[in-house]
Design a binder for this molecule. Sequence first.
Ligand SMILES: [Mn+2]
Length: 242
Amino acid sequence: MKRPVIGITPNYAVMDYMGVSQGYPYTPRGYAGSILRAGGIPLTFPFAPDEDILRQLIGLCDGFLFTGGQDVDPAIYGEMPWDKIGATAPLRDIQEKMLLPLIMETGKPVIGHCRGMQMINCVLGGSLYQDLPTQHPSFPNLLNHSQSEKAVFPTHRVDIREGTLLASCYGLTAEVNSFHHQAVRTVAPGLSVTATAPDGMIEGLEMKDYPYLQLVQWHPEEMTPQHEGANRWFAAFIDACR
Ligand SMILES: [Mn+2]
């Protein structure tokens, strides 16, 4: 059976080469491994924020994964950077902001994890907490969303809305990992919440008026193949891309 090709928005990694710090597109291995195991072919995009190039790349792919990584530059939702914002990657932001609407013209499936969920929420008009410990009104009475345990270990619960695609993968409650100091603050028009943590944190979003746009705040790619919910999350996505 033909394997669907999954375009991956790369992380921005800086390495020294010939004495110069240079930025590279980079995909953490869990994403590629999870897509391969689920029956797809992972294709890491280059940084090339040009509409014609991105359209051509989109044409090569059957679905798209927006990955985790750097903080989203708050300029996209009209805020100045807060003191406690982490590292940003302007080239990523520019490219992903161009990419999402071009993908959506095609109706092809999209998933986003962690920053991927946050960025898509921002491109569609939502906003974020730039830093939970210093901006969220409920801190310090929040769960720990920046776990020190390895990513294969879940550390907090999520409650999942009945009848959603997410619930068909994970059931109505699930234990998930958590590596985010930013989080969705206002939900973009067109998106709806599919999962929340017990402290109210938004942990899942979907777009009902789009064939397949599913977003989670955690990292399913680090929980395959041990956790069935994560396996089903990838299987459902790859199925939708066929
Ligand atoms: Mn969390």
